[in-house]
Design a protein around this ligand. Structure first.
Ligand code: GRF
Length: 203
């Protein structure tokens, strides 16, 4: 099978460390993709500033006060105009409309800082800490219209230690996020998987 070389559209709302980890692998040649566009719904997102500094195509549309469907149509148009064919959500704090998801079928990934289906939604690391689990981690999954719910590509587990704070636990998880997001993108680019129900299996 000829590997596909995706043009990534990275969507972020904040810090952008996952974007930076992906970009570092792309620039080093260890992840065979191109970064087609970096988009934020926040014009002052640090991740966007970093993308600009790297000279990557990037931009923002403020989402405040715009209907979700219309906003998402604008975003999808911008991504398509820039040749994006694989969308990677990286701390993008918006639920995608059905229309957006339908424009990139099987081509939208997200990273979440828990072992889904445990602790979906906001503050996943805090949820894990207060729940008292002994293991948590992160998940890369395909995106559908529901929150943190599509078929799972990769997960990585980390221990929760007795003396963990939100900061120490989050940073342990984040290190794993930076590894598995690029690995999941590489797997999708390679194309040697199939989706059986909720399961993503190697072919
Ligand atoms: C990460 O913890 C990611 O799992 C979650 O949002 C956070 C984004 O961090 N979806 P960053 O902006 O990539 O540094």
């Amino acid at each position: 099978m000829t590997p596909w070389r995706p043009r990534l559209g990275i969507l972020l709302s904040g810090r952008g460390s996952n974007f930076e980890a992906i970009a570092a692998n792309v620039l080093a040649g260890s992840l065979a993709c191109e970064i087609g566009f970096v988009f934020s719904n926040k014009s002052d997102a640090p991740g966007l500033t970093r993308a600009r500094a790297l000279g990557l195509p990037c931009g923002s549309i403020p989402s405040a006060g715009i209907d979700r469907t219309i906003f998402d149509e604008q975003v999808a148009k911008l991504l398509k105009e820039n040749g994006v064919d694989l969308v990677c959500l990286a701390g993008y704090m918006r639920l995608l409309s059905g229309g957006f998801v339908a424009q990139f079928p099987g081509r939208i990934l997200n990273i979440h800082p828990s072992l889904l289906p445990a602790f979906p939604g906001l503050d996943a690391q805090y949820q894990a800490l207060v729940h008292g689990v002994k293991l948590t981690g992160c998940t890369v999954h395909f995106v559908d219209e529901n929150l943190d719910s599509g078929p799972i590509l990769l997960q990585s587990a980390v221990p929760v230690l007795d003396d963990d704070t939100l900061e120490t636990l989050s940073s342990r998880i984040l290190k794993e996020e930076h590894k598995i997001y690029s690995a999941a993108i590489a797997w999708v680019a390679q194309g040697n998987y199939r989706i059986e129900g909720r399961r993503v299996v190697n072919t």
